[in-house]
Write a protein that binds this ligand. Structure first.
Ligand code: HEC
Length: 151
């Protein structure tokens, strides 16, 4: 009898997480960047930390070492796209943010965000490991946003 809602809940959360995955900004070069850069990891690794053209060149060279495949033209386009379109994301202070902000940035439910607020009322979080210890929190979701979090 309990099975049905469980399965629906699971499907629903899968749909939600697919929708809320951080996306690359819309601009020329997005398609080639997705093609060349999304086979190993999500866009979240590329978001939030701007670099100069040389800086992105070094990142891309590192990715080529790791196995990224593309033509010279494609890599050039990726570097231009990232240099022009990746902006710094505002940091979220986990000890001060409201439950709504936590839910939105961490892509978690309101209940989970409330659990974080309640846990921090007892003791402020010192680091990401403290945050992951909150009951019911998925550590992978925290890791996916770790570049945006401060304590
Ligand atoms: C063959 C697999 C692969 C491909 C393709 C790939 N990457 Fe990566 N990338 C990695 C691995 C492995 C890491 C390290 C993951 C980690 O630190 O969790 C990484 C990490 C990163 C990081 C974070 C580095 C840091 O120090 O914070 C950035 C930025 C990044 N990749 C950008 C790109 C871009 C841009 C492309 C397209 C040119 C790309 N990646 C394509 C494997 C790949």
């Amino acid at each position: 009898m309990l099975k049905r809602p469980l399965i629906f809940g699971l499907l629903f959360s899968m749909m939600l997480s697919a929708q809320d995955k951080p996306q690359l900004p819309d601009a020329p070069g997005k398609a080639v960047t997705q093609k060349v850069c999304s086979s190993c990891h999500g866009a979240e690794l590329m978001l939030g930390k701007p670099h100069s053209e040389d800086g992105w060149g070094a990142v891309v060279a590192d990715m080529i070492q790791r196995g990224a495949k593309g033509s010279d033209e494609e890599f050039y386009e990726v570097i231009q796209y990232l240099t022009q379109n990746i902006k710094a994301l505002p940091k979220l202070n986990v000890n001060k943010a409201t439950a709504q902000e936590l839910a939105r940035v961490l892509v978690i439910s309101e209940e989970q965000a409330d659990a974080i607020v309640q846990a921090r009322a007892k003791a402020e979080f010192k680091n990401i490991e403290d945050l992951k210890k909150v009951a019911g929190i998925d550590g992978k979701k925290i890791d996916a946003q770790k570049r945006r979090l401060e304590f």
